[in-house]
Design a protein around this ligand. Structure first.
Ligand SMILES: N[C@@H](CCC(=O)N[C@@H](CS)C(=O)NCC(=O)O)C(=O)O
Length: 187
């Protein structure tokens, strides 16, 4: 696989040609098929190789939870993050709207170690980045909020090797730059 890190402020025309909607991530397959929704890319990758069995259990439940995350919760999160752009309500209001999802996740984590069962799986990977963003808007508020299981689930992820491995910084791609290929040599 060739990785092309891009700058959102300076999207390469090759990217826009492959996916005119201009969002990341974009996966271009060898047969020229293009996937430009992160969930589709996750599902495609896991169909190739799923060493942690992320697709093994509760897929319908996982899909419904991810749909809630990507729809209503993402909407509330964006309003909470950028509350100054949405002055109809104060930031607390948008934060409270998001808490409906947080309460659902907390209830699930009271039943099981992870969102859809007792092992880390697709729903955890798909939803964690958004809870990280939500927590980062006001870390002091999040730290004292009544979601102990959710806080622990997020903290465990933030110190994991998996998180460190996906947060590696790469140089931006330009036509002609050396390619970043995976698996990297030596792996
Ligand atoms: N539903 C899309 C959302 C992708 C998305 O909005 N990505 C943001 C970055 S996290 C982006 O590319 N925004 C375009 C921009 O900032 O120009 C997905 O999951 O792939």
């Amino acid at each position: 696989m060739e990785l092309r890190e891009i700058e959102l402020r300076n999207k390469p025309e090759q990217m826009l040609k492959a996916s005119p909607k201009g969002t990341v991530p974009v996966l271009q397959l060898g047969n020229s098929e293009v996937l430009d929704e992160s969930l589709d890319i996750m599902l495609w990758a896991l169909q190739q190789n799923d060493p942690g069995q992320w697709l093994a259990t509760g897929m319908q439940d996982a899909r419904e939870l991810i749909e809630w995350n990507d729809g209503k919760f993402k909407y509330d999160l964006d309003h909470y993050k950028y509350a100054d752009r949405y002055p109809e309500y104060p930031a607390d209001y948008y934060r409270q709207q998001g808490e409906l999802f947080l309460a659902e996740l907390e209830a699930r984590l009271n039943q099981n170690a992870f969102l859809c069962g007792n092992q880390f799986a697709l729903a955890d990977a798909a939803i964690l980045p958004f809870i990280r963003q939500y927590a980062a808007v006001d870390p002091a508020w999040f730290a004292q909020a009544p979601y102990p299981k959710l806080q622990q689930w997020l903290d465990d992820f933030l110190v994991s090797k998996l998180f460190a491995s996906v947060m590696t910084k790469h140089q931006s791609w330009r036509p002609g730059n050396p390619q970043i290929l995976f698996p990297e040599s030596g792996c």
